[in-house]
Design a protein around this ligand. Structure first.
Ligand code: NOJ
Length: 833
């Protein structure tokens, strides 16, 4: 017997020690969470394993179990659950997985009827008509899978199953780690509530589900929306086979401040690129129709302006003019909405004096009215509670009234709707019709997803097994990683010369911390490190860690120095840990930690050529590295196959092709620094002219500009030709750009087209990206790219949100980065008639 049940203060733990060991935590007999053991060791009658936290893969806990005559003696802890020491008894029942498989066997397969939108609406009305007010309100609540219900200071212990049974839960997050966990909750909801309405299972599927792709800021550097779409569709396939119906992505917050930790989740600083990515991710997740079982609903977030938090400090105050809101922060959301994203998440922050979550002007007038969003609006985590913390609302009921009035359909994590809405309706302070509208939208989504017909259609364990972390998925992740790498500097040391000995050094050289923030993969241990990648690539090298990412110890400095002295070239892998990127990881000085910089300085003393690879989630301040290293390779967090992609670039098998989607500041004091800034009335052109817009102690230019990135070719714009020099409202201008490569390596370039409009009614940025395309260019050859420009590309928004394109001369700039020196300029005239 290899099954043991432990009753601890936390709840019941079931350990299955046959084959690949499994562990489950059960709140009560009906619902349980799966825990994934790693590093399983068996010695005699002792078995030990490590578990990592769902929220932070770098947090571990260890458990040792020793077989005794009548069970197992457990000693240690399980990450996320704490101490589980005690005696476990033999168990001869089924595991939740086996129960799921058993009960699925008995189930008849339900064919999802293809319903028109009218038929769905009829079904929704029919169901709505049967629902009590309490049941309706329950649909508007999303539980975070915890055994508490929370309103204000009142946090009540209440098992999840009880909340479900009492009809207080319409949706759930953070249970998406195993299909059997989802299955047990779903079954419970269907079988133990009066109307049996299934739960909407949501999860943060941000850059992959089990097969992890590069972090979003890295992906955006590929300038390859089609590949990004493909990556999202793989994430959807994996997630939807394992029970998840809705992904809380894409994050569409435009970013200009690398102090903010969440830039790793963003599509960069450009609204056009952001829009292309928005469309790609929504299409990738949702496919052609939500009713297809391999798709999940996408949720655009965080509406709106979250990334404008002052000083890059997470959750901080935001100040955004209407002009900037419409032209900078909204375009990507527009694109996501046009692509039919099913959900939108409201931001934590406040705008125009009111928390966004309770802001009718932002959510109702702007999002639903102006942008035409008809789907489900959900709050961010506990954002209803935070309305009061912001300082708004007379009391809890008043907060709820405001949030509903803003047209928020679903509350995440707290229970304000459950506690207050019924009473507010009874008192006549809130119309029941507003609740009906919200529930209509939620039920419509549930019908569109098909779960009203088959609540278990997203749980397909056999399929999940076959496709999760499959070779095919890993290949796409690797391709995405290759395209996301940005070569920032290269004085010729790269690609590495064959036969030379490299010294691979640094805390990220053999690190599994390659996946980045916001991922919950069970396969983290399989991530390919740089060292593993270099071995597979056949690069000749020796390795020494040198130091840890953050710990102030120089334990390996001397060994690293000695190794470097015996080698021809140093590859130094520096960076920040994934735990210091993502939510709530703002940094005043986004730098490489001191100890790593000291290692860098030490190795510089060897005077050997040095390549620095960077593993990080945001543009870091790397002026010293740029000044002294021979090559700098930005590798972000590249996901499951990181090491192969990096080694491929180092060896020259792959010519780097990524371009920065976000400018790199020289110093924190320059932030925000971005390419699409305005001219100002006193522009500075790099001179010391006193009364111009500049710093006395630093240039205005970033260290590396948006759109910048080197290849192994030698490229430049040979020619820009226009089909005409004037167009009218309904005409298109064809722009033919010829890129030449005078180098001896073939490469792929991202050809970029920018416009500028002077003599306008409104000041426009000095440059705006309007088109881009990846082009393969042979060695000593050329490539031609055709762009079409028309009214849409010339349009912008007034502060009132009116879309307009002004008559007059437009400058057109084409090239392989946004830097002046990389662009060739021409112009044309646009007039309405
Ligand atoms: C808070 C984050 O801001 C949001 O992006 C995420 O989707 C939710 N938590 C749920 O995890």
């Amino acid at each position: 017997m290899n099954r043991y049940l432990l009753n601890s203060a936390q709840g019941e733990f079931l350990f299955v020690l046959e084959g690949e060991p499994e562990a489950y935590f059960a709140i009560d007999k009906s619902c349980s969470y799966k825990i994934i053991p790693h590093h399983v060791k068996r010695e005699g009658n002792e078995i030990s394993f490590v578990t990592s936290s769902f929220m932070d893969a770098t947090l571990f806990a260890e458990l040792t179990m020793e077989e005794t005559a009548d069970g197992m003696e457990c000693k240690g802890a399980i990450a996320d659950y704490g101490d589980v020491s005690g005696k476990a008894d033999f168990y001869d029942g089924m595991t939740p997985y086996e129960e799921m498989m058993e009960s699925r066997k008995k189930k008849t397969v339900v064919a999802i009827p293809k319903r028109s939108e009218e038929e769905i609406q009829e079904k929704v009305e029919e169901l709505l008509g049967k629902m009590t007010l309490k049941e309706k309100i329950g649909q508007m609540s999303q539980s975070s899978g915890e055994d508490v219900s929370e309103i204000g200071d009142k946090i009540e212990g209440k098992p999840m199953v009880e909340q479900i049974k009492e009809g207080e839960v319409g949706s759930i997050i953070y249970i998406g780690y195993s299909p059997e966990t989802i299955y047990t909750y779903q079954k419970y909801a269907v079988e133990n509530t009066r109307l049996g309405i299934p739960l909407l299972v949501c999860q943060d599927v941000i850059h992959g589900f089990q097969t992890i792709f590069p972090i979003p800021i890295a992906q955006s550097c590929s300038f390859d929306p089609e590949l990004i779409r493909k990556g999202a569709s793989i994430a959807a396939k994996e997630a939807s086979s394992a029970g998840i119906m809705c992904a809380f992505a894409p994050m569409l917050d435009m970013v200009r401040d690398s102090r903010w930790g969440r830039v790793c989740e963003a599509p960069g600083e450009d609204p056009y690129l952001g829009g292309q990515i928005a469309e790609a991710v929504v299409k990738g997740y949702q496919g052609d129709s939500l009713s297809e079982e391999e798709t999940v609903a996408a949720c655009l977030k965080h509406f709106v302006g979250y990334s404008a938090c002052e000083a890059g400090r997470d959750y901080n105050t935001t100040e955004i003019s209407d002009y900037t809101l419409h032209n900078m922060y909204l375009p990507a959301f527009r694109k996501g909405i046009v692509a039919h994203a099913a959900m939108v998440m409201s931001a934590f922050t406040f705008l125009n004096g009111r928390p966004v979550t309770a802001n009718r002007e932002i959510l109702y007038d702007l999002l639903r009215g102006h942008l035409g969003f008809g789907g489900v609006v959900i709050t961010d985590y506990a954002a209803v509670k935070e309305v009061g913390v912001h300082g708004c609302g007379k009391d809890n009921a008043d907060v709820v009234k405001q949030v509903l009035d803003a047209s928020v359909d679903m509350e995440m994590a707290t229970s304000y709707y459950n506690y207050c809405l019924e009473e507010l309706v009874k008192q006549g302070l809130v119309p029941e019709t507003a609740i009906d509208d919200a529930v209509r939208r939620i039920l419509t989504l549930k019908y569109r997803l098909g779960i009203m017909d088959d609540p278990y259609r997203y749980i397909r364990p056999e399929e999940a097994e076959a496709l999760i972390y499959s070779e095919e998925h890993l290949k796409v992740s690797e391709k995405m990683a290759e395209e996301s790498i940005v070569l920032l500097k290269n004085n010729g040391v790269l690609p590495l010369q064959k036969g030379k000995m490299a010294a691979l050094i640094g805390p990220f050289a053999d690190s599994k911390d390659m996946l980045g923030a916001w991922q919950f993969s069970n396969y983290g241990e399989k991530s390919v490190t740089i060292k593993e990648g270099m071995e597979a690539e056949g690069i000749t090298f020796q390795y020494e860690q040198g130091c840890f990412p953050e710990e102030e110890t120089e334990h390996g400095f001397e060994r690293a120095y000695a190794l470097a002295m015996q080698s021809d070239v140093i590859i130094l892998s520096l960076g920040e840990t994934s735990g210091t990127t993502g939510e709530a990881t703002s940094k005043c000085n986004p730098c490489i930690p001191d100890v790593q910089m000291r290692l860098f300085e030490k190795l510089k003393e060897t005077k050997k050529p040095m390549v620095v690879t960077l593993t990080n989630g945001r543009p870091l301040l790397i002026e010293a590295i740029d000044a002294q290293a021979d090559a700098v390779v930005e590798t972000w967090f590249l996901g499951a196959q990181a090491g192969h992609a990096i080694a491929g670039v180092l060896s020259g098998r792959i010519s780097p092709s990524g371009k920065l989607s976000m400018s790199f500041p020289r110093q924190a004091g320059q932030i925000p620094v971005y390419y699409n800034h305005y001219n100002t009335g006193r522009p500075n052109f790099g001179t010391n002219d006193r009364f111009t817009s500049r710093f006395l102690d630093e240039t205005n230019a970033p260290l590396y500009a948006f759109g910048y990135g080197l290849t192994y070719g030698k490229t430049g714009v040979a020619n820009v030709r226009l089909s005409k020099n004037q167009i009218t409202r309904d005409e298109k201008l064809s722009v033919y750009v010829t890129i030449e490569n005078t180098g001896s390596n073939a490469c792929t370039e991202v050809v970029q087209l920018y416009i500028r409009k002077k003599n306008s009614m409104y000041v426009r940025p000095v440059k705006e990206l309007k088109k881009f395309e990846r082009a393969d260019i042979p060695a000593e050859g050329t490539a031609a790219v055709l762009f079409e420009i028309g009214r849409e590309e010339l349009s912008f928004y007034t502060p009132k949100g009116e879309c307009m394109a002004e008559d007059g001369v437009y400058e057109l700039m084409a090239g392989c980065s946004s830097r002046e020196e990389d662009l060739k300029e021409t112009s044309f005239i646009y007039h309405q008639i």
